[in-house]
Write a protein that binds this ligand. Structure first.
Ligand SMILES: [Zn+2]
Length: 445
């Protein structure tokens, strides 16, 4: 009897829910026919280096239905007039850490901050990143799956932020760039593959499958030492070829790409030969490395702003522990030159900043540094749209303004090709057809 009663109760609940669902479905289908027309005075479409003028972008709910010359009229559509602005695809940063923010107490924070602390501050950084015009990021290293929760909350529409593709734990050798180091060995358990620590090809296979199981979109490895780690030299090779090859092959079987942090030339070359999709930073790249980049179609993600930021931080007494300060002073100033050399050598460039090493939301300053190093402004913008979407592997959805793509649009007042600094002051942001910033002000509740 008890069972029957429960089923009856359940059925009646379902019946009432179904009745309620009818008007709710009608309301949401009305939202689905939500059409907007954006008038773009100038349009950089993320496909070509030609700037179009006086164009209409017709948006149906979350995606672009059509791009038409002149001022299109669509009955019932909301008109967004950006005829005094330059409209571009939503910008893409291929190297962020939205769950982190570098500060003076980096090491202490490893012991003090809870995942919940990091998650809450990350929501603020995500919002800042979106308001800066970055509608997509490839996040390349986070702890304890905080990046997964952040990505999922943004996708669900719970909080505003860029579309995230996440790496979760960056893979590192014991004592390498991704191993915390510098803390007494009896205070923390020795990390293993579940924390991204890999010391053999077998560990690599296990780690990639583990991270993919819990939702990593791509894999990040630290092929050489790095600046902001205590235990390593900063530039030396860390993984063996066999370890990286095992990681890349396992990731490929799971339809995932590998991004490799690398400063030193040898570690960089080993990673390129093993098949990684991108080299991050590339500080000491040489002519042979440039030939390898081109032979394998590997992208360079420069992060010039990160180099400049750690160089500046190293000048503040006591900001870094001495071992890190020395590396920041040496490596920091070299990244812009490495980028210039790679660009002149014909290496494919995707846009990336290492946001988190500098304050989130200042990502647009990277464009200025790219142009300063000799890249034309239009190519810098194409790196942050066409190039980055290709590296992430989602050009069919993002990185260009054409029919069928997500309605991710940003605009600046004036001509960014004449003044690249305008990209540090994006006035309009739309992601998947929803406006987040208008006339330079956030409009999201
Ligand atoms: Zn990084």
């Amino acid at each position: 009897m008890m069972k029957l009663t429960r089923i009856q109760v359940l059925l009646s609940i379902l019946f009432v829910a179904a009745l309620l669902a009818v008007p709710m479905m009608q309301a949401s289908s009305m939202q689905r026919s939500n059409v907007k027309v954006v008038y773009a005075g100038r349009l950089i479409d993320g496909l070509s280096s030609t700037v179009r003028t006086n164009v209409s972008i017709i948006i149906d709910n979350s995606s672009i239905r059509e791009v038409r010359d002149g001022r299109a009229t669509v009955e019932g559509a909301e008109v967004i007039d950006l005829s005094d602005a330059t409209v571009m695809p939503g910008l893409i940063d291929c190297h962020t850490h939205l769950t982190m923010q570098l500060g003076r107490d980096q090491l202490l924070n490893e012991l003090i901050l809870r995942n919940s602390d990091r998650a809450i501050t990350a929501t603020v950084y995500a919002r800042r990143t979106l308001m800066a015009g970055f509608t997509t990021v490839r996040d390349v290293g986070s702890g304890n799956f905080v990046d997964i929760s952040l990505r999922n909350a943004i996708n669900a529409g719970t909080i505003p932020g860029p579309r995230m593709f996440v790496a979760t734990e960056a893979l590192s050798i014991t004592g390498g760039h991704g191993d915390i180091g510098g803390i007494r060995e009896d205070l923390l358990p020795e990390p293993d593959y579940r924390n991204g620590i890999v010391n053999s090809p077998e560990d690599g296979v296990r780690a990639v499958r583990y991270l993919a199981k819990y939702g990593a979109d791509h894999i990040k490895i630290t092929a050489t030492g790095g600046v902001l780690s205590i235990a390593d030299s900063g530039a030396g090779q860390q993984f063996t070829f066999e370890e990286i090859k095992a990681i890349v092959d396992t990731a490929r079987l799971l339809d995932r790409k590998v991004a490799a942090h690398a400063h030193g030339a040898e570690g960089m070359k080993v990673a390129i030969r093993a098949g990684v999709a991108s080299i991050e930073h590339g500080t000491y790249l040489d002519d042979e490395a440039i030939q390898l980049f081109k032979k394998h179609g590997t992208y360079l993600v420069p992060t010039i702003i990160a180099g400049k930021s750690v160089e500046a931080a190293a000048k503040v007494p006591g900001f870094f522990p001495p071992a890190i300060e020395a590396k920041a002073r040496t490596i920091g100033p070299l990244i812009q030159g490495a980028f210039a050399k790679a660009y002149r050598g014909g290496v494919k460039i995707a846009f990336g900043t290492d946001a988190g090493v500098f304050p989130h939301g200042q990502n647009g300053k990277e464009f200025e540094y790219m142009v300063e190093a000799g890249m034309p402004a239009i190519e810098a913008i194409l790196a942050a749209t066409r190039g980055s979407s290709d590296l992430i592997g989602h050009s069919e959805n993002i990185g260009s303004i054409q029919a069928g793509r997500y309605a991710d649009l940003v605009a600046v007042k004036g001509d960014p090709l004449a003044d690249i600094k305008l990209l540090q002051n994006v006035s309009f942001v739309m992601k998947e057809g929803r406006v987040y910033k208008r006339d330079g002000k956030p409009v999201v509740e």
